[in-house]
Write a protein that binds this ligand. Structure first.
Ligand code: AHG
Ligand code: MN
Ligand code: MN
Ligand code: MN
Length: 338
């Protein structure tokens, strides 16, 4: 294409964060910038590893299970190791929670002031089929004067200072919030840089998509079955058309679509999963933070705001309904009425 169509002033994530650091007192110390750069490195490394997995016999099961009972894939374990090493090397992460680690990890040599919770590979049951997966992260500052203990991560969702995910799809996308809006980046593999592609993203206020595993519907609470069935009926505001169903089975991909297109994603409790399936610290919390910052809502089956919950255990689970404000409000009205 002709010269004028080449953007010679691209905004890399590193430049974006430095500019934000200058204008945003919260992160003036620069250690937040260092932390985000370590996160970027981890996402690039995991992305590259996933794209080569099939070629180097890295798909399939690792042969162990994690503390929430998931059978670990080789890439779950590898992604976890990559992430732990990147956070340790950053120097400013003091404690780390990972889906693939039973207990809290403390980095004694680090003098960091951050607590990081992560889902190294989200959607790993889809991995061997080449379907999009991702990495999800929530960030907290240590409690004042803390040297890094479990109290730094059993926090109320409103104390999060940041949340992000990388989605390893056709491109590698990164969505990030540090509490004042959401910004989206796309990895340029030639440059090895995440480039700003969705500045100050705000999600559609409504969209006729619902995303839920209907295979669980027999185990749902009656009210939930009724609510989902109502979406399948002709909708007045859609000139008699029903909602569409879209379910990828990787939370990161279902949420990414919801952020960009709008609509509703839900993983309710059911008789098999009494507290839901998704984990609070490294799935529900970060996705709720991002969706709220993009103008959406995130609540649990009872209509409580996800960000106002506090886990008692680092692998605590929660039901979740998230997405466009219209769809989530419609769910809230439904449960209030019933
Ligand atoms: P993970 O691969 O990190 O264990 O997460 C899997 C989660 C989430 O990605 C997805 O929304 C959900 O499991 C899908 O569960 P079902 O297969 O029960 O629908
Ligand atoms: Mn898992
Ligand atoms: Mn997950
Ligand atoms: Mn996972």
């Amino acid at each position: 294409d002709s010269a004028e169509s080449i953007n010679t002033d691209i905004i890399t994530m590193s430049r974006f964060i430095l500019e934000k650091q200058r204008t945003n007192a919260k992160h003036a110390t620069g250690d937040f910038t260092l932390l985000l750069n370590s996160l970027q490195f981890a996402f690039k490394f995991i992305s590259q590893t996933i794209r080569r997995a099939e070629l180097v016999n890295l798909i399939g099961l690792a042969g162990a299970s994690n503390s929430t009972g998931d059978q670990q894939k080789k890439l779950d374990v590898l992604g976890d190791e990559i992430f732990i090493n990147a956070m340790k090397a950053s120097g400013n992460v003091k404690v780390l929670v990972s889906e693939e680690q039973e207990d809290l990890i403390v980095f004694p040599a680090n003098h960091g002031t951050y607590a990081v919770c992560c889902d190294p590979i989200d959607g790993s049951s889809n991995l061997d089929a080449g379907v999009s997966v991702g990495t999800i992260v929530s960030l907290f500052r240590l409690q004042p004067g803390s040297t890094g203990t479990i109290a730094d991560v059993l926090r109320n969702g409103l104390e999060m200072v940041g949340a992000c995910y990388a989605m390893y799809g056709a491109s590698t996308h990164l969505m990030l919030t540090t509490g004042d809006g959401v910004d989206g980046f796309t990895l340029d593999t030639q440059l090895g840089e995440f480039i700003l592609t969705y500045p100050n993203l705000s999600m559609p206020l409504e969209y006729p998509i619902y995303s839920i595993n209907e295979g669980n519907s027999l185990y749902w609470d009656e009210r939930i079955q009724t609510f989902i069935n109502d979406l399948k009926k002709p909708q007045e505001m859609l000139n008699g058309k029903p909602y569409s169903a879209r379910y990828i089975g990787s939370m990161v991909a279902d949420v990414h679509r919801t952020l960009l297109y709008g609509g509703l994603f839900a993983y309710p409790c059911d008789r098999k999963n009494k507290n839901g399936k998704l984990r609070l610290l490294y799935e529900a919390f970060p996705m709720a933070f991002l969706v709220e910052q993009a103008g959406g809502r995130a609540v649990n089956d009872r209509g409580e705001r996800i960000l106002e919950l506090t886990p008692r255990h680092i692998h605590d689970k929660s039901s979740i309904w998230l997405g466009s404000s219209y769809e989530v409000d419609r769910y809230l009205k439904h449960i209030d009425k019933n």
